[in-house]
Design a protein around this ligand. Structure first.
Ligand code: ZN
Length: 422
C-alpha cells in the first residue's frame, strides 16, 4: 500500500462519503489516491490565473458489500456541473455516430412511434434525442446545464432543466408521463444519490418499458490503467455486479449487457426493465466478473502502484523529448486531460499549450497547471514536434482530423495504458 493510499484510508471516516453510495456499507477500502486536485472542468480566464483555486482530494475505494468502486470526496453537483460546465456532446463525431446507431435500433426493436415517449437523462445539447424527434417520436430531455438545454430546445428537444432524481420522476409521472425508453448515458457515475436516481428510473419507466444505462466499465478502467477517467465529477465506477445489486433494490432487473471496448476507453450498456428475472446473457456477465475477481478487493489493490509507474514513465518520456529540443503541445482540455496533467505535474515547462475543438474553451486555461487552451488550428500554425494526446480515447478520430500535422512530421504521444509515441 502506498503512503498516499494509507493516509487516505486513515482519513476516510472524517470526510466525504462515510458509507457506500449504493448499499450503505461503511467498510469502504481505499485502493488509489491521486492527491489533491483542482476541479477538472474549472477552466480559468486569464484574469483568474492569480486567484485561489480550490483543490479536493481524489481517493478511490472499493465496497466489499456490493462491489461498487467510488471516490470518497463529494463536491456539490451544482458546483461541478453548472458553473463552467462547457461540455457539448455534439462536438464528438464518434459519439454522434454511436447515438444515431442506437436510436435507429431502438426505434425498430421497441416499435417506437408517435404514441411513445423517449426520455434522456443528461440530454446535453439534444445530440441523441433529436434522432428520435426527427422521426416524429415524442421526446423529453432532462439536463440542468442552461447552455446545453438552450441548444437542445433550439434543436427541437424539449428539456426539463433539473437534476434527475426520484422526486422529479414522481412529478413527471403525476403529469401523466411514463417513458417507453429511458436513456441514461454517462450520467449515473455523476450522481451522488444513486438510490434516488435508480428509484426515479423505476418510477418513470412505463410497464414493459426499457431503460438503458451507459457508463465506462470499471474492468476496462483497471485493466488498461485509465486512471485519468477518475475525477471529482465521477463519483462511481461500475461493474455489472454493482449495477445488478443497485437496480435490484428498486424492482428492476438486468436484461442485457453490451460492451463497446473502444468507446470512452471501454463502455458497458446495461439494459434494465421492471421485474426480477435477470436474463441469461446478463447472468453470464455476472458469473464472469466473479471468476475474474471484480467482486474482490484484491483485483483493485495494486492499481495505485501501476498508476505511479505510468506517471513516472510519462514524465521521463516528456522530459527526454523536451531535452532533445522537441516542442510539445497537448490535445484535449477535457476533465480527463486535467486529471492527467495535474496528477502527473505536467506544466508549461513541458507542454506549451493545449488544443481543443470546443470553441467555448479557447482563450481559457487548464485548472491547476494553467496551460493555455487554443483552437486545434494551432497545431498547423505552430507545428509542434509532439502532441500529448490527453484525449487518448479519440486517437483514431484525432489522427483522422490531423493528417496534415502528421504528414509534416508531427507525432502523437499516447499516455495510457503505457506511454508511447505513435
Ligand atoms: Zn456498497
Amino acid at each position: 500500500m502506498s503512503t498516499r493510499v494509507a493516509e487516505a484510508q486513515a482519513a476516510r471516516p472524517s470526510r466525504g462519503a462515510a458509507a457506500c453510495r449504493s448499499c450503505g456499507d461503511d467498510g469502504l477500502r481505499v485502493f488509489l489516491s491521486l492527491g489533491e486536485l483542482p476541479l477538472p472542468d474549472a477552466l480559468l480566464r486569464p484574469d483568474e490565473l492569480d486567484g485561489p483555486e480550490p483543490r479536493f482530494p481524489l481517493d478511490v475505494a472499493f465496497c466489499p458489500g456490493c462491489s461498487l468502486v467510488q471516490i470518497l470526496e463529494e463536491v456539490p453537483p451544482e458546483q461541478l456541473f453548472v458553473d463552467n460546465y462547457l461540455y457539448f456532446s455534439s462536438f464528438s463525431e464518434g459519439l454522434m455516430r454511436h447515438s444515431r446507431a442506437f436510436a435507429e435500433r431502438m426505434i425498430a426493436e421497441r416499435s417506437l412511434d408517435e404514441r411513445s415517449l423517449v426520455v434522456e437523462i443528461a440530454s446535453n445539447d439534444g445530440y441523441l434525442l433529436r434522432n428520435f424527434a426527427e422521426r416524429g417520436i415524442p421526446v423529453l430531455g432532462i439536463d440542468p446545464a442552461p447552455e446545453q438545454a438552450r441548444a437542445a430546445e433550439a434543436a427541437g428537444v424539449p428539456t426539463v432543466r433539473e437534476f434527475f432524481d426520484a422526486g422529479l420522476a414522481q412529478r413527471l409521472m403525476t403529469e401523466g408521463k411514463r417513458a417507453d425508453l429511458i436513456v441514461a448515458n454517462n450520467v449515473m457515475a455523476h450522481t451522488p444519490t444513486l438510490n434516488s436516481f435508480v428509484e426515479g428510473l423505476s418510477t418513470l419507466l412505463a410497464d414493459g418499458g426499457l431503460a438503458t444505462i451507459e457508463n465506462t466499465y470499471v474492468k476496462d478502467l483497471i485493466d488498461h490503467c485509465e486512471f485519468d477517467t477518475i475525477y471529482h465529477e465521477h463519483f462511481c465506477y461500475f461493474s455489472c455486479s454493482a449495477v445488478d445489486a443497485l437496480v435490484r433494490r428498486h424492482g428492476l432487473a438486468l436484461v442485457d449487457v453490451e460492451h463497446f471496448p473502444s468507446l470512452q476507453g471501454g463502455t458497458l450498456r446495461w439494459h434494465v426493465a421492471h421485474g426480477t428475472a435477470v436474463s441469461e446473457s446478463a447472468r453470464a456477465w455476472l458469473e464472469a466478473e466473479r471468476e475474474q475477481g471484480l467482486t474482490d478487493f484484491a483485483y483493485y489493490e495494486r492499481f495505485g502502484e501501476r498508476v505511479d509507474g505510468i506517471r513516472a514513465s510519462l514524465l521521463e518520456l516528456l522530459r527526454s523529448r523536451r531535452a532533445a529540443g522537441r516542442s510539445i503541445a497537448a490535445y484535449g482540455a477535457a476533465a480527463k486531460g486535467s486529471t492527467l496533467v495535474n496528477f502527473a505535474g505536467i506544466g508549461p515547462d513541458l507542454v506549451d499549450f493545449v488544443v481543443d475543438r470546443n470553441v467555448h474553451k479557447h482563450g481559457l486555461h487548464m485548472p491547476g497547471t494553467h496551460l493555455p487552451i487554443r483552437d486545434v488550428g494551432a497545431l498547423l500554425e505552430e507545428q509542434p514536434d509532439d502532441v500529448l494526446l490527453l484525449a487518448w480515447n479519440y486517437l483514431d478520430e484525432v489522427r483522422g482530423q490531423q493528417e496534415e500535422f502528421v504528414r509534416r512530421g508531427g507525432r502523437f504521444i499516447v499516455p495510457v495504458p503505457e506511454p508511447q509515441v505513435v
